[in-house]
Design a protein around this ligand. Structure first.
Ligand code: TMP
Length: 197
């Protein structure tokens, strides 16, 4: 069945500015008359809250396999309860992180990308997936709050390598995140307009 709505996800390292950009994009799309809404992973649902509390902000990083399973479970609910119903109503969905975060973060920690993909086979493909690229050294400088278990230079470097591979494979479109907030927003909006055509 042809999809009525349009599904965009924005990916990147912690602190790369994707939340700001995802929200700016939604605002701009709404101004242009689209019925767009912002959503994020991990979600605000039960599994997402559990992940944030016990896995991202725990004392130290736990099992990577459990991480992958939990993110996949959270995503399954996200897709089933929020994304698909919105797309069926013809809405534009902008998700701050999606399956590529699992490939990048849990893949960077050593899990087989094929297994992560299999685990997430119910996650419908987005119409456009953007990688907002900012260097690990810069994102970590930007983060002022208490850092999560993922926010370490060695981890962020490996995560970026996987994102770069996904760009090379044509799964993600790279946007330079080092420009001003306004310029990045313009670049993202132009990509979305192109994808909509
Ligand atoms: P954020 O809410 O600031 O984007 O942080 C979410 C963290 O969770 C971030 O460090 C990336 C991580 N994460 C994964 O490791 N795997 C995933 O599948 C998702 C969605 C997030």
């Amino acid at each position: 069945m042809k999809r009525k709505g349009f599904f965009i996800c924005i990916e990147g390292l912690d602190g790369c500015g994707k939340t700001t950009q995802a929200k700016l994009l939604v605002r701009k799309l709404c101004e242009k008359g689209f019925d767009a809404f912002y959503t994020a992973e991990p979600t605000r649902g039960k599994i997402g809250k559990f992940i944030k509390k016990y896995y991202l902000h725990g004392e130290k990083r736990g099992s990577v396999i459990v991480e992958a399973l939990l993110f996949a479970a959270d995503r399954f609910e996200h897709v089933e309860k929020e994304i698909v119903p919105a797309l069926n109503e013809g809405k534009m969905v902008v998700s701050d992180r999606y399956i590529y975060s699992s490939l990048a973060y849990q893949g960077a920690a050593g899990l087989d990308l094929k297994w992560i993909k299999e685990l997430n086979k119910h996650a419908i493909p987005p119409n456009l997936a953007i990688f907002l690229d900012v260097k690990p050294e810069i994102v970590l400088q930007r983060l002022q709050r208490k850092k999560s278990v993922m926010e370490k230079l060695a981890i962020q470097r490996k995560v970026r390598e996987v994102y770069e591979k996904l760009v090379k494979d044509g799964k993600l479109v790279r946007v330079d995140g080092n420009k001003s907030k306004e310029e990045v927003a313009k670049d993202i909006f132009n990509l979305v307009l192109k994808a909509l055509k």
